[in-house]
Design a protein around this ligand. Structure first.
Ligand code: BJW
Length: 251
């Protein structure tokens, strides 16, 4: 299969850009074998009901069910490895003076790939926090069998430190993401359906502030009609081509 062609105007802008921001979603980890959410057949929401698993009410109703689901996802992610899409973003960070990687993913694969400037908008699968008091919990005790993990400070139930529907995103992280979107010369939206807010607003914030906005996705999204360039394809194919054609290196 031939390498995708990257538009010359994008290559030119990237070579001189000082500020670049990237928003990633589940699609960038798809080639590592981590399921996305909304894809028919393979997405998590095709198999599971988000209202039973990814809301505070779901946790109140059945914390064991919710923990079991998150532990099974942890196991799957532990077996996964970063793919060429994650690695290409590490190379991009090395070449851009002010680079911000904003991710909706909770799988930690960007960090494992070697990226540094990461803003995790929706938390992290491998952290826990207190459900009752929101106490931060360092090194949470492992969940085992029927015994649910409890907060060492207040004794309340621990929950996965991820952002469920109807919950606020961590304010400082969202603020930093909005700042990066406002200041970016080039903004990438990669592997996200652009349906979940407030993350879905970030590419539009960047566009309004004058950035070149580039989408990388094999499927069109509600963002597609608005972007400067739509690169249709898998992140693990398009991103290495982008790095090679912009900086002449193989990621
Ligand atoms: C590839 C590929 C390859 C495949 N390469 N690409 C404004 C309007 C409407 C609604 C709202 C609004 N503001 C707030 C809301 C409500 C809600 C919301 O957005 N709902 C919409 C669904 C309608 N938002 C919230 O509740 C947020 N909180 C909030 O706004 O607080 C303020 C507030 C509070 C109270 C009242 C009112 C306001 C919180 C959202 C939290 C989202 N949480 C989840 C779960 C995280 C934990 C976990 O993992 O279990 O986050 S849901 C899920 O969706 C997860 C993801 O991060 C998120 C985004 O999904 P993503 O990453 O885009 O994945 P997919 O599957 O949707 O798409 C994958 C894409 O990849 C596809 O396009 C593929 O084509 C592509 N792809 N292979 C490149 N190889």
């Amino acid at each position: 299969m031939s390498e995708p062609r990257i538009p010359a105007e994008l290559i030119h802008r990237l070579r001189s850009a000082r500020r670049v921001a990237v928003l990633t979603g589940a699609g960038i980890s798809a080639e590592s074998g981590v399921p996305t959410f909304r894809e028919a057949q393979t997405g998590l929401w095709a198999q599971y009901n988000p209202e039973e698993l990814a809301t505070p009410d779901a946790f109140r109703r059945n914390p064991q069910l919710v923990w079991d689901w998150y532990l099974s996802r942890q196991e799957r992610v532990r077996l996964a490895e970063p793919n060429p899409g994650h690695l290409a973003l590490v190379e991009m960070e090395r070449r851009i003076a002010d680079f911000t990687l904003i991710t909706q993913n909770v799988d930690g694969l960007h960090r494992r790939a070697g990226s540094h400037q990461i803003l995790e908008l929706h938390g992290n699968l491998f952290r826990a926090k207190c459900f009752s008091e929101d106490c931060p919990v360092e090194n949470p005790p492992p969940e085992s069998g029927e015994i649910l993990p409890r907060c060492p400070q207040c004794g309340g139930l621990l929950r996965p430190d991820v952002v469920w529907f109807g919950e606020m995103l961590p304010a400082n992280i969202l603020r930093a993401a909005e700042k990066a979107a406002t200041q970016a010369e080039v903004f990438f939206s990669i592997g996200t359906s652009a349906l979940v807010y407030p993350a879905a607003d970030l590419p539009l914030t960047a566009l309004t502030a004058g950035a070149m906005v580039v989408e990388i996705n094999p499927q069109p999204t509600p963002l597609s009609p608005h972007v400067t360039f739509s690169l249709n394809g898998a992140a693990g194919v398009v991103l290495p081509a982008l790095i090679a054609q912009t900086w002449g290196i193989v990621a």
